[in-house]
Each structure stands twice: as structure tokens, then as C-alpha cells.
Design a protein around this ligand. Structure first.
Ligand code: PHE
Length: 357
């Protein structure tokens, strides 16, 4: 029995892979294995012999099974170690940039802005670019007689002659995503919604398609103070300075009450823009406390819930941060422009990467 024990324990210790281990299991403790055959001989023994040999054989079987199991784990560990060594990849290696083009400033800034708001607990929401006039206007407290509808230079989709349903529109802002997100998720909610918007307008600072980012935070006790803090945190992180003063300028939007234009403190001394210091103010977007009628359209009880919304221009943020003078060039697909203002692929901003505070 000692010979048997030594033979199998040595063989198990030396087994090179799982197949060899399985062969040993069959040879030792399988149905016709050596240990099993020995156990069958117990029947021919005298009761005295059996009293000694029985427990000893059982112990041997347990010991071999234990050794098999331990070796199996050791082999799996070794295989994993080998794979980890083999498949090692240096993820910090720079990419070969020129072969894969550049990241457009709008994509880059969208990522940057999203990373900052994600860190403050905002999730990303989306809506369609072709929107019903209900979502784009009515649900946002702009009934069809409202003057804001014409002020927005809306693009209307075609309807066939005789089809008298109200036409769909190319969304004029990202605010309809407020309604869609509230309908989907209810309150409380904290979302941002970056995306394309459309208005019939074209000059150095306006293109018929541009980008906004909507923010929405609804809970039981959210106030303008929370809005201001969120915008200050955002601005400081985005422009990579310690602090930026945010000024609210009284304004009017049908979907917020009160409403405020958002200004960041800045200086234009020497023709260059510096944020966070100086006597000038930079217009960054619109904001306010979500109007009770907006909450009502989305099926939210305005006696229980309240909160803020804001809308920022992504392209404008990109122009300011990266010193890009003409908005029209953003969307002309000029390779020289893209090479100059584009970003290295994989140079993606993350909070933990240290790019953003
Ligand atoms: N939707 C507004 C615009 O496009 C901006 C805004 C969003 C204002 C949210 C207030 C609240 O001008």
C-alpha cells in the first residue's frame, strides 16, 4: 500500500497538464483503478484483516483524491500565470496618430463635458433629432400660439398635401430630452443630454446645425443655489482653473421660472481670453428652475418635485477653450483644419487621467 501511495503521489506531483492528471485519476481511483481493485479484495479478507486494511485503503483513496484536486488548482494557476505573461500588452504605448486621423473638437469637448458631469452624478440621456412639435415646443410650455416658436428659426419636415397633422421639426434645442427622460425614468433624476440641434441661421458664430448639452436635475429640494454650484464646478473643471465666478442674468425661457442667462467671469486683456479673472463676462447658455407646466407634461407631480435645467453650447465651449475663431469651419470637413484643431485619438479626457480636475 505504501508503494502504491508513493507511486501515485509522485506521478500526480509530476503531471504536466489536466489530461495527464485525469489519466492518473482513472489509473488509481477509477472504477478499475489500482486502489479500487484493492478495495474489492477486502471481501476475501478475514474480519480482522479487513478492520485494518479497510480504513487504510479509504485513507489512501482520500489522500490521492486530495492530491489530484490540489494539483488541478495548481495547474490552472500556472496556466493563468503563463497567459498573463504571454498576453501582456502595454496600454500606455502611444498610438500611431497620423494613420488614424484626428478627433474632432466637438467630439473631444463632448467627452470632456460628459466626464465632468458624470463625476457629479449625471447620467447621459438621448433623444431623436427629428422631433414632434409636441416634444420640441408644447411639452416645454410653448403652445402653438407662442412667439418663441417663430423666434427659433425652426426647420419643419415636409408633410404631404392634405396631411393636416402638425409637422415634425428638426429639434431646435436639446430641451425635449428633458421630457423624454422624465417620461422614461420619472423623478428623482439627474441627466445631461448632449447632441445636435438645428436652426436656420448662418454667420461666423452660427451654423444651421450645432451642438448643445442639456442638464436636468429634479428632486424634492433642488434650488438655484445647487444650479449655480454645479455650473461653477463645471466651468472650473472644463477651463482647468481653480475657480470661475458664475453670474446669473435675469432672462426668460417658457420652460423655466425663474430663468437665468449663464455668464462666466473672464478677461480679454491683450486679445486673449482668460477665464476666472477680469471684468468681462462670457455668455455660456441658458438655465433656470424647471417650469411646473413642463413637469406636468412629463407626468411629474410639481407639488412633490422641483429642480433645475440648463443648456450650454458645445461648439461655443470648444471655440473658447481651444481658441478656434470661426464656427463655420467646424463643419466643412477641411483636412488641414482637422489636422490643426483635431485631437490625438485615445487622448480621451478622463477625470482619473488628470486632464480634468
Ligand atoms: N433650450 C434653451 C435654448 O436652446 C436653453 C435652456 C435650456 C434654457 C434649459 C433654460 C433651461 O436656448
Amino acid at each position: 500500500m505504501d508503494d502504491l501511495r508513493q507511486k501515485y503521489l509522485d506521478a500526480i506531483a509530476g503531471a504536466g497538464d489536466e489530461n495527464a492528471l485525469e489519466d492518473l485519476r482513472v489509473a488509481a481511483v477509477g472504477k478499475k483503478g489500482e486502489v479500487s481493485l484493492k478495495m474489492r479484495e477486502l471481501g476475501k479478507m478475514t474480519p480482522e484483516e479487513r478492520q485494518v486494511a479497510g480504513p487504510a485503503l479509504n485513507a489512501l483513496k482520500d489522500e490521492i483524491n486530495g492530491a489530484l484536486a490540489a494539483k488541478k488548482v495548481a495547474l490552472a494557476d500556472a496556466a493563468l500565470d503563463a497567459r498573463l505573461k504571454d498576453e501582456w500588452l502595454d496600454v500606455t504605448m502611444p498610438p500611431r496618430p497620423r494613420n488614424v486621423g484626428t478627433i474632432h473638437p466637438v467630439s473631444q469637448v463632448t467627452e470632456e463635458v460628459t466626464a465632468i458631469f458624470a463625476d457629479m452624478g449625471f447620467a447621459v440621456a438621448e433623444g431623436p433629432q427629428i422631433e414632434s412639435d409636441w416634444y420640441n415646443f408644447d411639452a416645454l410650455n410653448m403652445p402653438d400660439w407662442h412667439s418663441a416658436r417663430t423666434e427659433m428659426d425652426t426647420f419643419y419636415m415636409h408633410r404631404d398635401e392634405g396631411d393636416n397633422r402638425p409637422p415634425h421639426v428638426l429639434r431646435t434645442h436639446t430641451s425635449p430630452v428633458q421630457i423624454r427622460a422624465l417620461q422614461d425614468q420619472g423623478a428623482p433624476i439627474r441627466i445631461i443630454a448632449p447632441g445636435r440641434v438645428y436652426r436656420a441661421d448662418y454667420d461666423q458664430t452660427h451654423t444651421p446645425m450645432f451642438h448643445q448639452i442639456e442638464g436636468l436635475a429634479i428632486d424634492r429640494d433642488i434650488s438655484m443655489a445647487n444650479l449655480k454650484w454645479v455650473l461653477e464646478e463645471f466651468a472650473a473643471a472644463f477651463f482647468e482653473v481653480d475657480h470661475i465666478e458664475v453670474r446669473f442674468r435675469a432672462s426668460h425661457f417658457p420652460f423655466t421660472e425663474p430663468s437665468a442667462e449663464i455668464d462666466f467671469r473672464c478677461s480679454w486683456d491683450g486679445g486673449t481670453l482668460k477665464l476666472g479673472e477680469g471684468d468681462d463676462w462670457l455668455e455660456a447658455g441658458g438655465s433656470g428652475m424647471v417650469h411646473p407646466n413642463v413637469l406636468k407634461s412629463a407626468g411629474i407631480d410639481s407639488n412633490e418635485w422641483q429642480g433645475f435645467a440648463f443648456g450650454l453650447g458645445i461648439d461655443r465651449l470648444a471655440m473658447l477653450k481651444y481658441g478656434i475663431p470661426d464656427l463655420r469651419a467646424f463643419f466643412e470637413s477641411d483636412l488641414r483644419w482637422l489636422k490643426h484643431y483635431g485631437f490625438m485619438p485615445l487622448d480621451v479626457p478622463t477625470l482619473h487621467g488628470g486632464r480634468v480636475r
